[in-house]
Design a protein around this ligand. Structure first.
Ligand SMILES: C[S@@+](CC[C@H](N)C(=O)[O-])C[C@H]1O[C@@H](n2cnc3c(N)ncnc32)[C@H](O)[C@@H]1O
Length: 242
């Protein structure tokens, strides 16, 4: 994987803080149990603390390295001239990796820059990252809602999204985002959505729109957010050619 020059932060750091807090509380309970000579409880709390710490480590790995590695492989299929759209691009983890490959193309990122989902989020941050990665001239950033995309029909060859559609709280809102992604994709175009929730529903929405070429696959341990109970799936769909 190529060295990164931008600053990409942590996804949802409140989740990481929760894991670290949990590990600390369990460790304190283990120490207390050992001090009071309650050996079985002490051992159980100690294992719980180590397990929670391992989860936190997995979370940090995914958000700092793993997701970049998985997307690097997914984006290998780009040919270099595509018009690509990233829904909920955040600081540009996926968008700017794609832009590096699009020597003749264009990478557009849309986001509402919600700091709850990715702290320090903002168009200027992503623009600075694009400059640091040397791809600024190929990158367009748009402030907007993925449920109501400000782009024409069939404007993109590729639509991607990573851990962003689930941030829309209501099911009909997520469905609307998938419909919009489908609308702006050209016939024969490729859609890749990585998410740890709701991917079967995204697939159902696309099938309802007449898309038949759809696959969902496990992104593997590099995209766990804490452990195997929070796995990421990648939905890959090809819009039927006209
Ligand atoms: C967890 S971050 C992931 C960012 C980036 N895709 C990545 O993998 O690093 C989710 C992003 O989705 C954005 N987002 C959430 N709801 C959105 C919406 N309705 N329209 C556009 N962006 C949205 C947030 O602002 C945030 O930047």
């Amino acid at each position: 994987m190529r060295k990164r020059h931008g600053r990409y932060g942590f996804d949802a750091p409140w989740a990481l803080a929760g894991l670290l807090f949990g590990a600390a509380v369990l460790l304190a309970l283990a120490v207390l149990s050992f001090t009071l000579d309650i050996l079985p409880a002490g051992i159980a709390f100690l294992f719980g603390s180590l397990y929670t710490l391992a989860s936190a480590t997995s979370y940090v790995y995914t958000t700092r390295r793993g997701k970049f590695a998985v997307w690097a492989e997914e984006l290998e299929r780009l040919e270099g001239g595509e018009r690509l759209l990233d829904l909920g691009c955040g600081r540009g983890a996926v968008l700017l990796q794609a832009a590096r490959r699009l020597e003749r193309g264009r990478a557009t990122g849309i986001d509402l820059w919600r700091s709850r989902d990715q702290p320090g989020n903002g168009e200027t941050v992503t623009r600075t990252n694009a400059e640091a990665e040397g791809v600024s001239e190929r990158v367009e950033l748009v402030t907007g809602d993925m449920r109501d995309l400000p782009f024409g029909d069939e404007a993109f060859d590729v639509v991607v999204s990573s851990q962003a559609v689930h941030d829309i709280p209501a099911q009909d809102g997520r469905e609307q985002a998938v419909r919009e992604a489908h609308r702006v994709l050209r016939p024969g175009g490729l859609m890749l959505i990585a998410d740890f929730r709701h991917t079967p529903a995204y697939e159902a929405t696309l099938r309802g729109l007449g898309v038949v070429d759809i696959r969902r696959r496990d992104a593997g341990w590099r995209f766990w957010h804490g452990g195997p109970w929070l796995r990421t799936e990648i939905l890959e769909a090809r819009k039927p050619a006209a």
